[in-house]
Design a protein around this ligand. Structure first.
Ligand SMILES: O=C(O)[C@@H](O)[C@@H](O)[C@H](O)C(=O)CO
Length: 432
């Protein structure tokens, strides 16, 4: 398989997908798109793909540029014969400079991530602390009075009470983040208006400690829309635990109830899509998401394609896979920062303690043969490999060795990805 990583942008090929159900196939290496395309061809009916998708964090860790991400995905897409549409997700943008570098190469879906400005502990404040914290942001938040005392009836029957406490907590938790997001959205609009190009925006606050309440969702989204943000999708912080590289942890029935309410707000105010970040391997909640949103969803995956790349190594070069496991174990405590994971180094043994290659693959990547129908992978060893992608791929020896293995075995990589993502897409379509 030959794929291009050139300095020349491909002709614009990416479109906006609006409210259509969509699935993001982030690829940290640049060789996964043929497998993603194959999965779409097998199981993607009714769902639109986003093949070029990469966060600024991933690009920083792998040393790839937005142009490389774009060209690798579009090159892989064309080589695999995909003639349909694709969106292009410039993911987790935190600054206007992030917008500039991704807009310049034709990304169309801009995910604004203001989570660094979210107050991560707002839910824990007692009344006195909440009032003190509110006083500190009051000058920057002009909307509290306009919501306070209102109640919002949702189509689900739930009534969202925008009482004083809910409004103050929303202001403390999200006030500054909202302002930051609005500034970035304005910049995205200016850049695209000047160029006469279409775009769409996702707002993500998923990578924060405390769940987004219905009141907070309502206020934040309402403010975004009233202030002209071209919001097509919103990723709240859902209840339960959405850790990287493993299935949803929590009560799926309670989650589904909450998803119905969040989706009702999205319909009432927008409509816009509900977005599931860290969507890799969350198969047990997919049908609930698709049902609750009536197909108005976006699912974002990335790390799982990297793990499937390592599966190719595990199958074709066992000594290299052992080295990768040991290297990842050495990097994990550092690289896990900024990722929501709970695995510890004790969650899986050192490679030297596992004699059978199949056991090592099972401990660090897991196997579909061991997973009950309707569920996703759960082994914590996956997170040790997942978080350390940047260190591995930029290691001059190991990064090259992983790429060389994938280039020697493109059919295996395409097949494992096609199988893996067909399972994801089938699980989603069960709820549509
Ligand atoms: O690792 C990253 O920075 C991104 O791939 C993710 O956070 C992305 O937004 C995602 O949720 C993929 O599952």
């Amino acid at each position: 398989m030959t794929q291009r990583t050139t300095d020349q942008a491909n002709p614009p090929a990416c479109v906006t997908l609006g409210l259509e159900p969509s699935f993001g196939f982030g690829d940290r290496i640049g060789l996964a798109t043929p497998g993603h395309v194959e999965a779409m061809q097998r199981s993607g009916a009714g769902i639109q793909p986003i093949f070029p998708q990469q966060s600024i964090r991933e690009m920083a860790r792998t040393g790839r540029t937005p142009l490389q991400v774009m060209n690798d995905a579009l090159g892989g897409m064309r080589a695999a014969g995909w003639n349909g549409r694709t969106g292009a997700d410039a993911d987790h943008l935190k600054t206007t400079a992030d917008v500039d570098v991704t807009a310049a190469v034709g990304f169309t879906f801009f995910t604004i991530d203001p989570s660094d400005s979210v107050d991560a502990h707002a839910d824990d404040y007692d009344e006195a602390t909440l009032r003190t914290r509110f006083a500190a942001v009051a000058d920057e938040v002009d909307w509290v009075q306009s919501y306070q005392g209102k109640s919002v009836g949702l189509a689900t029957g739930t009534v969202v009470q925008l009482n004083e406490e809910a409004c103050l907590r929303a202001a403390v938790k999200y006030g500054r983040a909202l302002n930051h997001a609005l500034r970035i959205a304005e910049h995205i609009a200016t850049v695209h208006d000047q160029a006469g190009r279409d775009y769409e925006i996702e707002l993500s606050v998923d990578e924060t400690e405390q769940p987004t309440t219905l009141a907070e969702h309502y206020i934040v989204a309402d403010q975004c829309l009233k202030r002209g943000m071209k919001l097509v999708s919103l990723a709240p912080r859902f209840i339960g635990d959405l850790e990287k590289g493993v299935d949803y942890k929590g009560d799926v029935a309670a989650l589904e109830h909450s998803l119905h309410d969040h989706a009702a707000i999205a319909t009432l105010l927008g409509p816009y899509k509900l977005s599931l970040h860290s969507g890799s391997d969350k198969l047990s909640m997919y049908a609930a998401l698709a049902r609750a949103t009536r197909g108005r969803f976006h699912v974002k995956t990335a790390g799982t394609s990297y793990l499937e790349a390592l599966r190719v190594v595990a199958r074709h070069d066992v000594p290299l896979f052992r080295r990768l496991v040991e290297f990842a174990r050495g990097r994990y405590e550092t690289d896990r920062a900024t990722y929501h994971v709970s695995a510890t180094l004790r969650s899986a043994p050192p490679a030297a303690e596992v004699t059978e290659p199949a056991d090592l693959e099972r401990l660090y990547l897991e196997s579909w043969a061991d997973v009950p129908a309707g569920a996703g992978f759960t082994h914590p060893g996956r997170q040790i490999l997942h978080c350390t992608f940047g260190s591995t791929l930029t290691d001059p020896v190991l990064g090259q060795a992983v790429r060389a293995t994938l280039e020697r075995h493109p059919d295996t990589y395409t097949e494992v990805l096609a199988d893996h993502f067909s399972r994801h897409l089938d699980a989603l379509r069960l709820g549509m």
